[in-house]
Structures are given as C-alpha cells and as structure tokens.
Design a protein around this ligand. Sequence first.
Ligand code: AG3
Length: 272
Amino acid sequence: MELWFSEYQSKNVRFSLRIKDMLYSRKTPYQFLSVFETEEMGRIMTLDDVVQLTTRDEFVYHEMISHVPLFTHRSPEKVLVIGGGDGGTIREILKHPVKKVHLVEIDEQVIEASKKFFPSLSLGFSDPRTSIFCEDGIEFVKNNKGYDVIIIDSTDPLGPAVGLFSREFYKDVFSALNNDGIMVAQTESPFFYGDFLKRVYGDISSIFRFTNIYTAVIPTYPGAFWTFTMGSKSIDPTAVDPGELPDLDTKYYSRDIHKSCFVLPPFVKNII
Ligand code: AG3
C-alpha cells in the first residue's frame, strides 16, 4: 500500500510526498503536529498539514532567512527569532559571532518534537548564547527591546500566525529594534500569495526606511519560488558589498547569492 502526504497549495493544486513511515502525530494546544519519514525528501515536519521543513531542503530557507539580514547588519550582537521552534534558524544564526539569541516559540511541543526527531536542526538550543521563551511573539515584542536583528520565522498567514503579519506587529518590531536594526519575515510565494505580498510590503515600507524583498528556491514549499521581506531602519541593504563578507559554511547562501537574491523578476515587481 502506498501512503502519501498531500498539502493543498491552493484550492486546486496539491503537492504530495510518498511516506515511508509516520513517526509522530499529535494535537498540541495550538495546532496539529506531525513528523514523517519520506521516500525522497528525508524527514518532514508538518503543522496543520502544511509542510514546515524537510531535512533535504531546509538548508535553503534557514540559511536565507538568517544570513541575508545578519550580514546586511554586519555586527549583530543580539538577535530575536519569532517562531522557528524547529531550531533551523537558530543553528544558522549561531554561525555568526553573536552574543545573544532569543527564540520565542508559542508551541513548546514543536521544540520538543524537533529535539527528538530533528537533532541536526535543534542542536543550537543547548548553546549558551540561546534563550528559549515559550510565549506569544506578538506580546513578547511589546515588552522586550534592544535587538539588532529580528527574524520572523512563522507559519503561513492563517489561524494563530495572522497577527505576525499585521501592521501593528511590524510597528512593535520596529520599536524592539536598535537604531540600525533590521527585520526579516518569510512572506510566501508570489505565485499563490501575490495580494498578501503586496499588502505586507506596503505595511513594512510604511514603517521602515528601507524595504527589500529577496527570494530563494525551496522545492517543498508552494510555488517553490519563495520570498522574504526585509525592513531596515538605517542600513541600505543594497549598499552592502558582498565581496567583503566573511566565509561561512553554507550550501545555498553565498556572496553571489547575497547580491542576486534581491533581483526580482518583472511579475514580482509588478505585484508590489
Ligand atoms: N516556516 C514555514 C514557512 C511556511 C511554509 N508554508 C507552506 N508549506 N505552505 C517555518 C518552518 C521553518 N523554520
């Protein structure tokens, strides 16, 4: 018997992975969390039947959501991650000489499942620079300040994550950042979420001096062509000279990618 996991990418498009083994499945207070072993994409974590990561391609998302803002800042010391309970973003941030990384994940069970099933992602949880807070990120940014970089590693803009894409939240993120602070949010694929991207870009650019979208290819996310939207208080992201960036052990991110990822095709420029 063949077992398949399918994610509805839109009402009329589904993406399916053949499952070898179902490792974990439970309802948490916030969402339905599953872990599968797949035939081809390694291990996957899903939340409410939406792919969060596969061990085969997670490096693209986690490298890109971390290194682009951290290297744009140049000397980040204190970094906040909102969401990202799997730990992949923390793992990448810790490749930089940062002093403190705070992780705010609302669902403790995502952290526990990652420790158990995704050790290559969650290894940064035990680093002395990491502090973990199982709280609502929306409240957390209202009460905690002084960050150089804030990374919003959220699920899709549905259900509990809706507030993480609101203009009010971005204003609180702005206030939680230092004067040269930078934020980045994962902002979906322009193929399926064009209107959403336009709205978020408009909101972030009404608050931050610089707003830039950059992209990466993530085969297991809807549309594969993924966007990240960066808001910067004073540093112009396009003025960064990638030639001056230090070497880093990465598989997708590179100096050339740092430059090219900000180049947008006309259909995306026309959306925003
Ligand atoms: N980021 C999840 C991105 C959204 C994926 N969307 C989808 N498959 N429809 C959080 C997980 C990685 N840390």
